[in-house]
Structures are given as structure tokens and as C-alpha cells.
Design a protein around this ligand. Structure first.
Ligand SMILES: Cc1cc2nc3c(=O)[nH]c(=O)nc-3n(C[C@H](O)[C@H](O)[C@H](O)COP(=O)(O)O)c2cc1C
Length: 175
């Protein structure tokens, strides 16, 4: 299995480049039974790297379909990793203030409104539906390395007082 490896080879608008297509296809040709893409952002505001492959819009589907087709032609499984960098988004990549669970002085990221948190949840789901349509065999959610999901899990970065913050025991089921 090829671990997810951010290679920064895609176009700045999130579209798959021929270089990234070639690199990942070569891994399948080389015998990996499962090829996972790099971390792929589910919202433009969650872009973590220059040259990152995106999965935030149907406009990007063509590249993903090409990629899954090529990987599967080699008998390998195509899997994508879903990602949102949150406060770790470099502001110069998105030309706006990065977002995270709560205002964060250290990174100058702003806390999401409740409406935006629900949109974030919906955009992870929309990306999952999109990737299935694009032919991926599976998906991994990037829940590590201090990106937005771990920012929500940490009491240091998540100071929310609504249903998306607080101690685990206080979380109501009515989100
Ligand atoms: C250049 C590079 C890019 C990486 N990109 C990602 C990534 O996009 N998503 C992820 O979850 N891990 C990423 N990782 C972590 C690797 O998937 C892997 O977990 C880590 O390198 C440990 O495995 P290893 O001991 O075989 O190197 C990256 C690692 C490297 C070296």
C-alpha cells in the first residue's frame, strides 16, 4: 500500500496535473496493490500546500476519473485522502484568513461560525460522494498532523461552547 504522500505536483486551482497522474500511475504499475493520493482538500479555504490536488468541486472530477481509471487498469485499488488544513493553511495560498474551530492568536486564524462548521461537515460529505462518483475504491480521512479535525479534537485549539466544542461527555447527540 502506498501511503499518502503530498507531492505538490498539481495545478494551483486543485486540478490534477499530468505529472501527478504519471507519478501515481507509476506506483500502480510498479506493483502497489493500493495507491493512495496525497491529502486532498475538501474546501478551497483548507488548502495546505502549493500544488495540492483538490476534491472540493465537481470541476475537478475529470482529473480524478483519469487517475482512478489508470490506477485500476493496473489491478491496483485507488484511494484518496480527504484533508482540510484549518489554521495550518498558509494565508498567502488562499488570500484570506485561515479558519479553525476558535480564533487563534498564534496563527491568526479565525474561528468558524456554527453555520460554517456545518458547511465544513457537509463539504467532507460532498467530497466523499464526489470521489465515489469518480471511481475511487476507498477513502481515508486525514485526522492527524494537527489539521482541522485534530484542531477540533484539541481543547487547546477548540474553545467552542456549542455542540462542536467542550468535553466529550458534554457533547449532545443532537448535532
Ligand atoms: C513527503 C511526505 C509527504 C507526506 N504526505 C502525507 C499526506 O499527504 N498525508 C498523510 O497522512 N501523511 C503524509 N505523509 C506521512 C506518510 O504517509 C507516512 O505516514 C510517514 O512518512 C511514515 O511512514 P514511513 O515511516 O514509511 O515514512 C507524508 C510523508 C512524507 C515524507
Amino acid at each position: 500500500m502506498l501511503a499518502p504522500l503530498t507531492n505538490q505536483q498539481s495545478h494551483e486551482n486543485g486540478q490534477l496535473s499530468n505529472e501527478e497522474l504519471k507519478w501515481l500511475t507509476m506506483r500502480a504499475e510498479g506493483g502497489f496493490g493500493l495507491v493512495m493520493t496525497c491529502a486532498s482538500h475538501v474546501q478551497e479555504v483548507g488548502k495546505g500546500f502549493s500544488g495540492q490536488l483538490g476534491i472540493f468541486s465537481d470541476n475537478l472530477n475529470e482529473g480524478h476519473i483519469k487517475l482512478t481509471t489508470k490506477i485500476k487498469e493496473q489491478g491496483s485499488l485507488a484511494v484518496i485522502q480527504l484533508h482540510h488544513a484549518g489554521m495550518r493553511t498558509p494565508p498567502e495560498l488562499i488570500n484570506e484568513q485561515p479558519v479553525c474551530p476558535s480564533d487563534n492568536e498564534e496563527t491568526n486564524a479565525r474561528g468558524l461560525t456554527l453555520k460554517e462548521v456545518k458547511q465544513l461537515r457537509d463539504d467532507f460529505i460532498a467530497a466523499a460522494i464526489r470521489l465515489k462518483k469518480c471511481g475511487y475504491n476507498g477513502v481515508e480521512v486525514h485526522g492527524a498532523h494537527g489539521y482541522i479535525l485534530t484542531q477540533f479534537l484539541s481543547l487547546e485549539t477548540n474553545k467552542r461552547t456549542d455542540n462542536y466544542g467542550g468535553h466529550f461527555k458534554q457533547v449532545s447527540t443532537s448535532i
